[in-house]
Design a protein around this ligand. Structure first.
Ligand code: DGL
Length: 270
């Protein structure tokens, strides 16, 4: 049985979801969290919808064994497939990272020209573009898949000469397009923001949906009286499907402090 002090479940294919978890912990420092990074099967962005949905269902089954009260799919690719193209039928709230970023981008664009970068799967799904045009059909949307950004982030190559090269390779697409807003449509990409900003400049609104997703989660928990007790001491548990040690160092770096309780498990058992 879940109750208001039950943990929030957060998952991603790897370390990208830690950028979302960081915002959740900043906004709701008392909440208990269970994070799962599917490090054995990353990347999701180049896999088929059926495969990603099988992974999503296994991870949700695992998180439910931890009696989570809500789940955040901290992955655009999985959010696109699970929340927009397939119906998930869960008895607890499940939110993704797409709506929040789309709404912010529509609010901040002045010239109504928005770029989106994401995985092959997220960009090909067209979900961001469809949602933007549902809000405002006058907005022109330009999507670009940047599949090498995920391995660069997973390798910790956030801010190197090589990163600059791969950023130029993909983002030169946007140079003639006069976009004033860019959605970081993959939760790994905020880790490369320095290189992205260096190439595209400071005159663009960079939308990292992590913060808005955390706000959306907080509202949802508040509305359903499911925020934890104000004096709860947060427990954050980390699970991965492989390479626990690598995840420990990323969790320590992205979240700050020591996050050494990381357990590897066989997610195929769920
Ligand atoms: N971080 C994920 C996303 O937001 C997935 C990246 C991947 O595994 O390809 O789409």
């Amino acid at each position: 049985m879940t109750n208001h002090n039950s943990p929030i479940g957060v998952f991603d294919s790897g370390i990208g979801g830690l950028t979302v978890l960081k915002e959740i912990r900043t906004l709701m420092p008392n909440e208990n969290v269970v994070y799962f990074g599917d490090t054995a099967r990353v990347p999701y962005g180049s896999k088929s919808k059926d495969t990603v949905m099988r992974y999503v269902r296994q991870i949700i089954r695992f998180l439910k064994t931890k009696e989570v009260k809500a789940i955040v799919i901290a992955c655009n690719t999985a959010s696109a497939y699970a929340l927009f193209e397939s119906a998930l039928d869960e008895d607890i709230p499940v939110i993704g990272v797409i709506d929040a970023g789309v709404k912010t981008a529509c609010n901040v664009t002045k010239n109504k020209r928005i770029g989106i970068i994401g995985t092959d799967g997220a960009i090909q799904s067209g979900v961001h573009a469809k949602m933007i045009n549902r809000i405002d059909s006058q907005i022109s949307v330009f999507g670009k898949a940047c599949p090498l950004f995920v391995p660069f982030a997973e390798e910790g190559l956030f801010d190197t000469k090589l990163t600059d090269g791969v950023v130029e390779h993909y983002l030169s697409y946007f140079k003639p397009l006069d976009i004033d807003t860019l959605i970081l449509g993959c939760t790994h990409y905020p880790l490369l923001i320095n290189a992205i900003r260096r190439y595209l400049g400071d005159n663009i609104n960079y939308v990292n949906p992590a913060y808005e997703t955390a706000c959306q989660l907080r509202e949802l928990l508040l509305d359903s009286n499911m925020l934890c007790d104000a004096d709860n001491t947060s427990v954050c548990e980390f699970f991965v499907s492989d390479c626990a040690k690598k995840m420990i160092s990323f969790a320590d770096m992205i979240l700050g402090g020591e996050n050494n309780k990381i357990t590897a498990l066989n997610i195929e058992n769920y």
